[in-house]
Design a protein around this ligand. Structure first.
Ligand code: PAF
Length: 254
């Protein structure tokens, strides 16, 4: 696996890749876990060349403490990616990604203001902007995103269509622990007690109960509910446990 740090380095490599070779791309912020690895495996299988980015994007964090405590370790991440057979790891720094100092942004004005967007002002501006930059640098044919961040996937898919970008987005199913907990880098911030309580989020979403009942059940299981709501045939929730913000979503039945 070759590690690249600047857009210029990748552009040189990219220009030497034959046009009939399929490039698959998995953007990440590091702190890699089995959820990411499932995207990487799919990408590896479906493309000639696999590229993964590890970039902890500050512009999508509205909470400074959340950014500072994000559990990522570059050595561990790059060892996992090497083992998974990734061809190129793109690991830029802020000056490489934001030569404009984040004066230019990609903004969506509707769905990005709802659900997580309503609770995390500016979050999706940061996500859309960094992914647009990464797409313009890597120029993949296929890009892989986990359905745990379903709202993010919908917004990115909308961006690709709105700007006529020739990139196919591949949504990948949520990877869960055996107890149902959606795997997330943030789970590492939970204590043993928190980890034991966290699967309740998924369990309660799956219950045959009203939104009000689900909210009450979550609160009595120790969560502070940020939101729980239905949107376009899906049930979405975000809730804090031990100060850690967990999200999950499921398709609505029937
Ligand atoms: O889902 C993530 O990890 C991030 O939002 C992404 C897509 C890598 C952009 O920073």
């Amino acid at each position: 696996m070759k590690i690249i740090h600047t857009p210029e380095e990748w552009k040189k490599i990219r220009s030497g890749i034959a046009s009939d070779k399929k490039i698959g791309f998995v953007p990440t912020m590091g702190g890699l876990h089995n959820g990411h690895l499932s995207l990487v495996q799919k990408c590896h299988k479906e493309n000639d060349i696999s590229v993964v980015s590890v970039y902890l994007n500050p512009t999508q964090f509205n909470d400074k403490n959340d950014l500072l405590t994000y559990p990522a370790n570059f050595e561990d991440d790059s060892a996992l990616l090497e083992k998974a057979g990734v061809d190129y790891l793109f690991a830029p720094d802020y000056s490489a990604m934001y030569p404009d100092g984040y004066t230019y942004k990609v903004i969506e004005t509707d769905f990005s203001q709802k659900l997580c967007g309503a609770k995390r002002p500016g979050h999706f501006d940061g996500v859309l902007t960094i992914v647009m930059k990464l797409f313009n640098i890597i120029r993949p044919q296929n890009a892989y995103f986990g359905e745990k961040d379903f709202q993010q996937y919908v917004l990115l898919d909308g961006m690709v269509k709105a700007f006529f970008m020739d990139i196919h987005l591949v949504p990948c199913p949520i990877v869960r622990e055996e107890n149902g907990l959606a795997i997330s880098s943030r789970n590492r911030k939970l204590s043993e007690k928190g980890l034991a309580a966290a699967p309740k989020l998924h369990e309660i979403l799956e219950n045959e109960s009203s939104l009000e009942q689900k909210k009450n059940e979550l609160e009595s299981s120790g969560f502070t509910v940020d939101y729980i709501t239905e949107h376009n045939g899906r049930l979405y929730a975000a809730a804090f446990l031990e100060g850690v913000r967990l999200i999950d979503n499921i398709p609505l039945k029937g």
